[in-house]
Design a protein around this ligand. Structure first.
Ligand SMILES: [Zn+2]
Length: 107
C-alpha cells in the first residue's frame, strides 16, 4: 500500500490556510457599510469579490476533506470511475483528484 502521509500533511496545511482565509473573509463581510455613497458602492463590489473567494475556498476545503477521507480509508489515488490508479504526477499537481486523466478527459 502506498504511503500518502506526506500528501495528507500537505492537504491539512492547505486546509488550515483556507479555513483562516474563510474566517477573515467572513469578518470582512460582516463589516457594516456605513460610509458615504461612493465608498459604499466600492464596498459592495469588494464584498462580492470576497464572497466569490469565500465560496471558492469553501469548495476547496470540501475537496480536501474528501481527499483526506480517501487517504484514511485507503481509496486515495484510485479513480472513482474506472478503479485504475491515478498517475502520481497527476496527484502531485492536483492532490484531491478523484479521477484518472482518462476519465477526467471524459473518455
Ligand atoms: Zn479512470
Amino acid at each position: 500500500m502506498m504511503d500518502h502521509q506526506h500528501i495528507a500533511d500537505a492537504l491539512k496545511a492547505r486546509m488550515a490556510q483556507l479555513s483562516e482565509r474563510v474566517e477573515r473573509l467572513e469578518e470582512d463581510l460582516r463589516q457594516p457599510l456605513d460610509r458615504d455613497f461612493a465608498e459604499q458602492a466600492t464596498g459592495t463590489e469588494a464584498s462580492d469579490a470576497n464572497e466569490a473567494l469565500e465560496g471558492a475556498s469553501r469548495a476547496e476545503i470540501a475537496q480536501i476533506r474528501a481527499a483526506l477521507g480517501r487517504i484514511e480509508d485507503g481509496t486515495y489515488g484510485i479513480c472513482v470511475t474506472c478503479g485504475e490508479s491515478i498517475a502520481p504526477a497527476r496527484l502531485e499537481a492536483l492532490p484531491f483528484a478523484q479521477h484518472c486523466i482518462d476519465c477526467a478527459r471524459g473518455r
